[in-house]
Structures are given as C-alpha cells and as structure tokens.
Design a protein around this ligand. Structure first.
Ligand code: PNS
Length: 159
C-alpha cells in the first residue's frame, strides 16, 4: 500500500489544492491530506477543524483520500500515517525556493522524499491568502474554490 501525505495550511482549501489531490490520488493507493499549522503565517481564518471538515466535503468523490488535522512536524505526521512520500503543489517559480528548502529539510529529518507536482496553468494564480483578501473585500471567489468552501467562506465573512 503506497501512501502519500499532502500537507498544507489550506486556509482555505481551493481548486488548485483539489487538482493536486485528484492527480496524486491516481498515483498512490491512498492520500492523506494533512491540515497543519504554518508557523510563518498569521492566525488562520478557519480553525483546523473547519478546514478539515471543508476538505472532507471537497474530496468526498475520491475513494482513497482521507484527512487529518495535526500539530507538530509534517514528517512526524507522515511517519504516523505510514506515508512514504510527501506531495506538494508547485504553482510557479516563486514557490520553488521555499518548497525545495522544506523538501530538503524534511528529507534530512526523516528520509522521506517530497514530490513537487506542478499545478495546471488554470490554477497557478490561486492562493489562499489572495482568496481571503478578495472575499473579505466583497469579491466573488466561488469559481476558484470547491462549493463547500465557497459556502463556508461566505458564512464566515458574514459573521
Ligand atoms: O500550505 P502551506 O502553508 O504552504 O503549508 C506549509 C506547511 C503547513 C506544510 C509547513 O508550514 C509545515 O510543514 N508545517 C508543519 C511544521 C513543520 O514540519 N515545519 C518544518 C518544515 S520543513
């Protein structure tokens, strides 16, 4: 059984994330989507439980994908879940430097390899930070996120 972990802060999970999960789900027997805190980002809009629930709904059509919410090191989550690889999406060259550094750190910590998967060009401009900003300012991002995320984003920002 070949398992891969797709870690991220997913605040919120968007169509670019979903595309990577769908493609990885065809390459591995099982995908674990790990909702993890990113210590270099400010306080999230959605709680870890809310993010996990949104992802569960967004990946419900995929039979070999499950989600976990965790704290601590990504490599510890990977070990715990039996993942032999970490998969991360790569939108543009701008992502490359930090993803390469994290991949090498995670390899050094655990021996676990990271596979960087280029996102489809239709998704390369989508970023959770921009989605939050546009949605907060009243812009419509519903074509860029799975429908359960669009609904929760609307609800969250109307509170
Ligand atoms: O979606 P993001 O914010 O780019 O994901 C980054 C994330 C959550 C994968 C990264 O911050 C992370 O791995 N956090 C867990 C703590 C950890 O393992 N830090 C060392 C990374 S080399």
């Amino acid at each position: 059984m070949r398992i891969a972990l797709i870690p991220g802060s997913f605040d919120p999970f968007h169509n670019g994330h979903l595309e990577v999960v769908e493609r990885a789900a065809r390459l591995f027997d099982e995908i674990v989507v790990g909702v993890l805190p990113n210590p270099s980002k400010s306080a999230p809009l959605f709680s870890a439980e809310e993010r996990q629930a949104m992802i569960d709904e967004a990946v419900a059509h995929l039979g070999n994908v499950r989600t976990v919410a965790a704290t601590g090191l990504t490599v510890e989550v990977a070990r715990r879940e039996g993942a032999e690889a970490i998969v991360k999406g790569l939108r543009a060259v701008a992502d490359f430097e930090s993803e390469l550094q994290m991949a090498q750190m995670n390899k050094n910590l655990s021996g676990i390899d990271t596979l960087l998967m280029p996102t489809g060009p239709a998704y390369s401009f989508i970023a959770s930070r921009l989605l939050r900003e546009v949605a907060r300012l009243g812009g419509d991002v519903s074509d860029l996120v799975p429908s359960p995320v669009a609904a929760r984003l609307k609800k969250k920002l109307s509170q």
